[in-house]
Design a binder for this molecule. Structure first.
Ligand code: GLP
Length: 634
């Protein structure tokens, strides 16, 4: 065993349970909390919980509410302290953490109102220091926190302890990192509305809890989660301080755990069952580690880097290299719908039937152009019958300014007119003017915002070659009736989905959201799709239907997950970017000089280019950019 392998065995410094789903993980954690409450209460004592906000703990809260309703779990003798609160927001503000806790937990259980403590966002600046000191004292007076539940931010923060927060930091006022504010932008309808400061328990305060549970769901957390669990403790990643706690455990779903060494490069930490995917992953890993194309890897490269096993099982480097090289080579195709009249034994998609009925599903209107703008164009050019279904209206993420512009145009046109359209425009104008700050959008505002996004979607699809007659707008009700982080899909969503699938009976479906955090629009849409597909499984066309999963976030698939790689020429890439450009309402509303975070089209361009570079470095052809897909079984 080489040095590398030995070191990696002790890589996880926080004991981590990988759960089959976030629901399973949330149930385990809720059960642990309820056991604590019951055992404390049996001794006539209060249980003291440290609670978190964000999407991550929502499943735990949902399960606690269920335990309360179905199994009589009482919270009458529970005290809670929340980690943090935005500074400047009153508790009534819909995006305050106080409101969040009420919505997701406190109002749904029997906890006394004075037993729940959330930092007060309205404490005047000059009093914050004393307030924070008193917050700590209240925790001590309650006997300290028994269980602290935590999510992790993409900056590696816990609570709002951003990078730079020290091991001994206590409850205090902090300045929020720009990535944190970007992640909160959807809640506040634009980054400029996200408060700049927050009150948070310190790292030291968190570490004082007797037990800590860290949760991570969805692949957007995979990198930061692996760093927190495996990398050396550092104030550059405050969650890593948890490694120093004597009773800390982490729960992650498969997607969030994907970057842990035992998942990402399992050969470094123990025996491996060499499937086709792990083999491909290990060869791609070795090639990138050594900066050598696959076909130049030597026997000793494998054996010196913990992959001797693989050679024993799969033959010499020579044979292995050729096999994996060919596999990756065969993922590349310029014919995403299959090449008619061609031998398809080594092609990702079958040649027959041709043309195919293709259905591309875009959960958020922007997703389609982001994830498969180039591929859609090819599919249309190659004669397939392409339908793009926009699943949600996307109206929750249209800033008021965009709606205002649209309404002004309508009113200019209709100045002297008393038509229905004019009445609608006047209604929107009045609603926008009369709405309280952060009050919910009226139905008329939402309708107009949805129309703004429809226009953008049509413009984007025209650029990708898809006619407007081939576009469906589903406006799934879960989205129209919900809010970010608390969508609840119902039967009616599944029915609409089912009708769509039945009408089109596609040969190919492009989906996204397979690995997304479960409260996201993408994940909710994917689960509706799965349910609808399941209902139709008996129908003949489903047997002849292939599902391709695409990514619509800033990350690209890793090589072993790719089953189809569609190269884009420079012109095709430019055209795709132009398509994404059309989603104007989704641009950053306040350009900041020196901003480091990229706009959506820049992220998509960068991801497609990175993937092309990866293929190039493996020794395959050098393309400008690649859009990639993974086969999935709904
Ligand atoms: C916010 C909270 C954190 C939370 C993080 C991640 O910044 N202050 O406590 O862990 O968001 O949020 P989410 O769970 O939505 O990904």
């Amino acid at each position: 065993m080489n040095k590398n392998t030995k070191e990696s065995r002790q890589l996880e410094h926080i004991s981590t349970t990988i759960c089959s789903s976030s629901t399973d993980g949330s149930e385990l954690v809720a059960r642990e909390i309820s056991d604590l409450i019951r055992s404390r209460n049996a001794d006539e004592q209060h249980a003291v919980l440290g609670l978190a906000t964000g999407s991550t703990p929502i499943g735990v809260y949902r399960e606690l509410v269920r335990l309360h309703k179905d199994e009589g779990l009482s919270f009458k003798k529970v005290l809670t302290f929340n980690l943090d609160e935005y500074h400047g927001l009153e508790p009534e503000h819909p995006e305050s953490y106080a409101a969040f806790m009420d919505r997701h937990l406190f109002s749904l259980i029997d906890i006394p109102a004075d037993a729940t403590v959330v930092p007060d966002g309205k404490v005047p600046r000059e009093d914050v220091f004393a307030y924070c000191k008193a917050y700590e004292e209240r925790i001590s007076e309650a006997g300290g926190i028994d269980i602290q539940v935590l999510g992790i931010g993409r900056t590696g923060h816990i609570g709002f302890n951003e990078p730079g927060s020290g091991r001994d930091s206590r409850t205090r006022l902090v300045h929020l990192d720009s990535l944190t504010r970007k992640d909160a932008a959807r809640d506040f309808l634009g980054e400029e509305n996200v408060p700049r400061y927050a009150i948070t328990m310190g790292v030291g305060t968190i570490l004082d809890a007797r037990k800590i549970i860290l949760l991570a769901w969805g692949d957007s957390k995979s990198e930061v989660f692996a760093k927190a669990v495996e990398e050396p403790v550092s104030d550059a990643l405050p969650a890593s301080f948890l490694q120093e706690h004597k009773d800390v455990r982490a729960f992650a779903d498969e997607a969030a755990a994907a970057e842990l060494t035992r998942k990402k490069s399992p050969w470094l930490v123990g025996p491996v069952e060499w499937t086709e995917r792990t083999t491909r992953r290990s060869v791609a890993w070795l090639s990138s580690l050594l900066g050598k194309p696959i076909l130049k890897l030597l026997d000793e490269d494998y054996s010196e880097h913990g992959l001797a096993d693989l050679l024993t099982e799969r033959g010499s480097a020579y044979e292995l290299n050729i096999r994996v090289f060919n596999e990756v080579q065969h993922t590349i195709t310029g014919w995403p719908g299959g090449k008619p009249n061609a031998d398809d034994s080594h092609r990702p998609e079958r040649s027959e039937p041709h043309p195919k009925r293709v259905l591309a599903l875009a959960p958020d209107p922007q997703d389609g152009a982001l994830g498969l703008g180039g591929t859609l164009h090819r599919l249309v050019d190659q004669g397939h019958e392409v339908t793009v279904a926009y699943l949600t209206s996307g109206n929750l993420s249209v800033p008021d300014g965009e709606a205002q512009k649209a309404v002004d145009i309508m009113l200019d046109l209709d100045e002297s007119d008393s038509s229905e359209k004019s009445a609608f425009a006047l209604q929107v104008k009045a609603d926008l003017a009369g709405r309280e700050a952060f009050g919910e959008d009226s139905p008329a505002i939402r309708k107009l915002k949805g129309l703004v996004r429809r226009g953008e979607a049509r413009a984007a699809m025209e650029i990708c070659g898809v006619y407007s007659s081939q576009i469906r707008f589903l406006n799934l009700p879960f989205y129209e009736n919900g809010r970010f982080r608390s969508f609840e899909p119902r039967e009616e969503d599944i029915v609409l989905f089912r009708e769509l699938l039945e009408q089109i009976q596609p040969h190919q479906i492009y989906v996204t959201g397979v690995l997304s955090e479960p409260t996201t629009v993408q994940a909710v849409c994917y689960s509706c799709f799965q349910k609808a597909f399941e209902l139709l499984r008996g129908e003949g066309w489903t047997k002849d239907c292939r599902c391709w999963s695409y990514r619509s976030d800033e990350r690209e698939w890793s090589v072993e997950a790719i089953d189809m790689a569609v190269p884009l020429s420079p012109d095709e890439l430019a055209n795709k970017v132009k398509g994404i450009y059309q989603h104007r309402s989704q641009r950053s509303q306040t350009p900041v000089i020196g901003r480091t975070s990229l706009e959506a089209w820049q992220q998509a361009e960068a991801a497609d280019r990175r993937l092309a570079e990866t293929y190039d470095h493996l020794g395959l052809a050098e393309y400008e950019a690649i859009e990639a897909f993974s086969r999935c079984n709904p």
